[in-house]
Design a protein around this ligand. Structure first.
Ligand code: 1GP
Length: 236
């Protein structure tokens, strides 16, 4: 079976843009999984499942519900080491490189080893970089770290490259779920010029125009969560 990472690399090398739908198990009604998936953009590539404070049980049940109604691979996007389930296909193995809290640089990663060591989940080492999105994000609150300033474009791209040099396979530029301001085009294009690994961008993207702007600036993968929640979901 082709690995998810080789699919991502192949798409990025062809310039094909990917879309991930983010589902937070804490706010998701598993009984409505089928209806939810039907109204999602049909060009979505992956389902991302995770949240800052979801429990292990919530995560597992949501992945099961999604798997019942969709063929799309499910990638875990864990807010903590407890949000790991074998029901998924892969996991973003995140290190929060924008912050200086050892718990989110390596502590949670070590705690996840007993669950991952003998797991069949594909592990995707990811440099996770939180950027100011105009309001306090759950990542900021939970990790007790500050986001990087939107003005620090050089420092952001140096952080991303340090991630690549450390062996990460992906860079994720995160403005925070529900951000007022998504990661700007200048930041995305500078990081894209600097690293050779695929680039994920998410947080606060609510319209077709913002999605296209992120792609045009160099995002290989865009993650959208909040804009698909509730009854006012956007049509892309
Ligand atoms: C959050 O980047 C993701 O971790 C998606 O953010 O919920 O704002 O789309 P939104």
């Amino acid at each position: 079976m082709t690995s998810i990472y080789s699919e991502i690399l192949a798409s990025a090398s062809r310039g094909e843009k990917l879309l991930c739908i983010l589902i937070d198990p804490e706010n998701f009604d598993n009984n409505k999984a089928e209806a939810f998936l039907k109204r999602m953009p049909q060009n979505a590539s992956y389902l991302l499942v995770g949240g800052s404070t979801a429990t292990a049980q919530q995560t597992e049940q949501t992945v099961e519900a999604l798997k019942q109604h969709s063929e799309l691979p499910v990638i875990l996007f864990p807010g903590s080491h407890e949000q790991i389930t074998e029901e998924a296909d892969a996991i973003l193995f995140l290190s929060l490189l924008s912050g200086r809290n050892p718990e989110y640089l390596i502590g949670q990663q070590i705690k996840s080893v007993p669950r991952l060591q003998f797991s069949s989940l594909e592990i995707l080492p990811t440099a996770y970089i939180l950027i100011d999105g105009g309001k306090e994000s759950a990542v900021q609150r939970v990790s007790k770290t500050q986001p990087m300033s939107r003005c620090e474009v050089n420092l952001i791209s140096e952080t991303a490259l340090a991630g690549e040099f450390s062996g990460k396979n992906l860079v994720y530029l995160e403005a925070g779920s529900g951000a007022k301001i998504p990661v700007g085009a200048a930041i995305i294009s500078e990081v894209k010029k600097t690293v050779t690994i695929p680039l994920i961008v998410g947080g606060g993207i609510r319209s077709k125009e913002q999605l296209q702007e992120a792609y045009d600036a160099g995002a290989d993968i865009v993650v959208i969560g909040t804009a698909f929640e509730g009854n006012n979901f956007v049509q892309l």
